[in-house]
Design a protein around this ligand. Structure first.
Ligand code: GDP
Ligand code: MG
Length: 440
């Protein structure tokens, strides 16, 4: 993919505005890449439509060429669908926390049960594994082996008692955990090779009986195009609170992750990365986005382009400040940039002794920023360049125009004066001494 996109970049002139043609070219490549990564077709269609719409409505980013900008949007949207921030396991207020696993046979439930138990033990928990897969003859045995490897306790029905009842076993397991003060219960359940009504009913019955805090749907990342139907069936049949993506150590590009996340809206919590019990990681949406689109190199290029551009802008501003040419117009520019990418902070970071002010900027209030912006926008260009001409009647006019009071205007100008004096001192290498300066 990288090669194809690089080609697309080359074919595009750098221009100010994204045209449908620019966007469509890149979106077409993205669409092909998503299908290559085995993202389900309906998901691909919905996703690319959304990206296209956002790209066409997006403000032009002067740092990037149009194709880069589209790729950046694609990446952001991918990460958003994949869950944005990482989601962690949710623990019950009153232990034990009950975690139930569901998924097709062979999806990796039993292996994950062992991995999770091992990890939780490391974190100081005392999980109890419950063998509620009574479908296959050696399923209980398999969980016993896994429990032993993980060094975790297990609750299993006595062998040779004929076919047990998984619902009863699950309930008894939770009771045992309560009695023996395990703070977490992990219930391993049965699966079928394909979705079938009986299996789904069994899982739903277990869920109803033990009322778990988490139901984790384990899905094999290699499942490809079937991901959507399987996930939908489990969501309708049992419903789940989170997803575990298994077998990510294989060559699957992870399209299943996007399909499942987008169709079910449930967060992916873990990535299972091998047969060993230590091969478990939290799920990182940004890493998965790169994996799906294979965008690593392109994203690095975009970051570099953006950083170089920011630095150049920051240098220009610093120069203006040093030469006493920093105007309200520049200030407005900065406010807008700040909203976008915090470049003011970056600029201040380049000046010596600005730590304290940077901190103040960190506390900067967005609505304050909006008010300031409204005031500056109500000024004429001449007033922005030279605030000294702002007499009483001009201030009154600006107050009316921006819906603020004259006091607000006075305060803004006062703060601007103080801030530019201070920035000038700093830019020339001095130490500022303006105690109690509020947010600029
Ligand atoms: P279950 O039927 O859902 O309980 O699935 P199992 O846990 O028994 O796993 C089925 C097979 O997949 C076993 O051979 C596991 O060793 C293997 N397996 C499970 N998780 C992973 C994984 O993350 N990576 C790889 N490569 N194999 C896995
Ligand atoms: Mg199993």
């Amino acid at each position: 993919l990288s090669d194809r996109l690089t080609e697309t970049f080359r074919n595009l002139r750098t221009k100010g505005k994204l045209t449908p043609a620019d966007v469509d070219g890149t979106v077409r490549e993205i669409r092909r890449a998503l299908l290559d990564a085995d993202v389900a077709l309906p998901v691909v269609k919905e996703f690319t439509a959304k990206v296209r719409e956002r790209a066409l409505g997006d403000e032009v980013n002067r740092a990037l060429n149009p194709a880069q900008q589209v790729v950046q949007i694609v990446n952001e949207e991918l990460i958003a669908i994949l869950g944005g921030e990482q989601r962690r396991l949710q623990f019950a207020k009153n232990p034990p926390t009950v975690i139930m696993l569901a998924g097709l046979q062979g999806s990796g439930k039993t292996t994950f049960a062992g991995k999770l138990a091992k990890q939780l033990e490391k974190d100081g928990h005392t999980p109890l594994l419950v063998a509620a897969d009574l479908q296959r003859p050696n399923a209980v045995n398999q969980l016993q082996v896994v429990a032993q490897q993980a060094g975790a306790a297990i609750y299993a029905p006595e062998p040779g008692n004929g076919v047990g009842d998984p619902v009863a076993v699950s309930k008894a397991g939770v009771e045992q955990a309560r009695r023996q003060q395990h703070d977490i219960v992990i219930i391993d359940t049965a699966g079928r090779l394909g979705v079938d009504a009986e299996m789904m009913k069994q899982a739903a019955d277990i869920r109803r009986a033990v009322d778990p805090d988490e139901v984790l749907f384990v899905i094999d990342a290699m499942i490809g195009q079937d991901a959507v139907n399987t996930a939908k069936a489990f969501q309708e049949g049992v419903d789940f609170t989170g997803v575990v993506l298994s077998k990510l150590d294989g060559d699957a590009r992870g399209g299943a992750a996007l399909s499942v996340a987008s169709v079910t809206g449930r967060p992916i919590i873990y990535a299972s990365m091998g047969e060993g019990l230590d091969d478990l990681e939290p799920f990182y949406p940004d890493r998965m986005a790169s994996r799906i689109l294979d965008l690593g190199d392109i994203l690095t290029l975009i970051e570099q382009a953006q950083a170089a551009f920011d630095e150049e802008e920051a240098r220009k501003v610093a120069e203006k400040i040093a030469n006493d040419q920093f105007t309200l117009e520049d200030f407005l520019d900065q406010l807008q940039q700040m909203k976008k990418m915090g470049s003011m902070k970056k600029m201040l970071g380049m000046l010596p002794g600005m730590g304290q002010m940077k901190q103040q900027l960190d506390n900067f209030d967005e609505s304050e920023m909006d008010r300031t912006e409204a005031i500056i926008r109500s000024m004429t260009p001449g007033e922005r360049r030279n605030p000294k001409i702002l007499n009483g009647s001009r201030r009154l006019r600006i107050a009316r125009g921006s819906g603020m009071t004259v006091t607000d205007i006075n305060q803004l100008i006062q703060r601007f004066d103080q801030a530019s004096k201070m920035m000038k001192t700093v830019a020339r290498g001095g130490v500022p001494n303006i105690p109690g300066m509020g947010p600029m």
